[in-house]
Design a binder for this molecule. Sequence first.
Ligand code: MEV
Length: 430
Amino acid sequence: MNEKTSRIPKFYKRTIQERTQVVQEWAKLSHKQINQLANGGLTPEQADKMIENTIGLFNMPFAIATNFRINSKDYLLPMVIEEPSVVAAISNAARLFREGGGFQTSSDEPIMIGQIQILDIPNFNTAIEQINKNKQQLLKEANTVGGSIVKRGGGAIDIELRPFPNTQLGNMLIVHLLYDTRDAMGANAINTAVEYIAPYLEKITGGRVNLRILSNLTDKRKAYAEGVIPAQALANRSMSGEEVVRSIVEAGIFAEVDPYRAATHNKGIMNGIDAVIIATGNDWRAIEAGAHAYAARGGSYTSLTHWWQDEDGNLRGRIELPLAVGIVGGATRVHPLAQLSLQILGVKSARELAEIIAAAGLAQNLAAIRALATDGIQQGHMRMHARQLAVAAGAKDENVLQIAETMIQEGNIRLERAKQLVIQLQGENS
Ligand code: MEV
């Protein structure tokens, strides 16, 4: 039973050391891990083993989103992102969902798709028959190279065929090898398996295999999150809760019907998703590719979320998207901060991680469309922008907030003004 609460009021007002201490206690981090957090985690030597031609390291802010409650369990979310306001906004949105009892999530089994392209097939129908007839043998072959995934109970489980007759290349047959990757993202295992069975497929079809690679449209491996926000929790100074619910539903429908809006709407969702994906050492390009391909599955690019008003007048939201993430293998294993992120999350399976990430996407979306449907997002952004200008103008740490607030109140958020205020404060303190 987890009785820890992720509801940590005014977390943002604490110092870096105070916040780190909260997380240290939360996740039982070691001193070594605390040091890794402070210096970025990765050494140049480790980096050199990850990719080619390494010349250094590139640090990003590592933050914690608070208030998440998912399936009656509290989580702190590690987020790696360079964009201001995202972490504050998602924490705030998670607090709103919390008022409705938190998120309910679910996910599919971790089934990935490996694709094999077969061309120059002498007899299309016979080839299809042959593959179906030899299916069990093909799966068995694929699993001889499955390694640790097969040992953990995963591996190739089925074959699906996608015939593309009369393409400009003639008849083309695409074989989908369905592969259960358990707690891994599984790219290596699938690519190994499809490469391994390709010659066997050539033999039984008489065709020629060209590409052998996984698909990033992992639509058999989706995660789902849903939640409710009581209407009164959405009221602000100028709008009632009901009005905010209506505006948010209107914003959601805008994204459902218009691809121009859907692109921006989904970008906001990916702000939350990518930040956790990066923090946990997962492949964010793969997640992005899958999410956008899924958003376009009906032929017209649309929203990854759906928002509606329920029969009690409250706001409900739901997200559904492919989320092929792992908690073993790849960068999750190599990068010390990825390990640390998984420890903060306390996840036991890749599916649990995928579900948390889906909830993050839904929360980030709520934060964005709530701001857009009420005050607009510039207000929050300008606050952070003002702080950044104060830093750029040379303000000392203790003066940054004061200078930013002065500029906001004056409605004059410019570098020149920040510089004047720095000089003014220096004069007062000398
Ligand atoms: C900015 O990074 C993300 C937003 O544009 C998302 C949205 O418009 O929904 C605020």
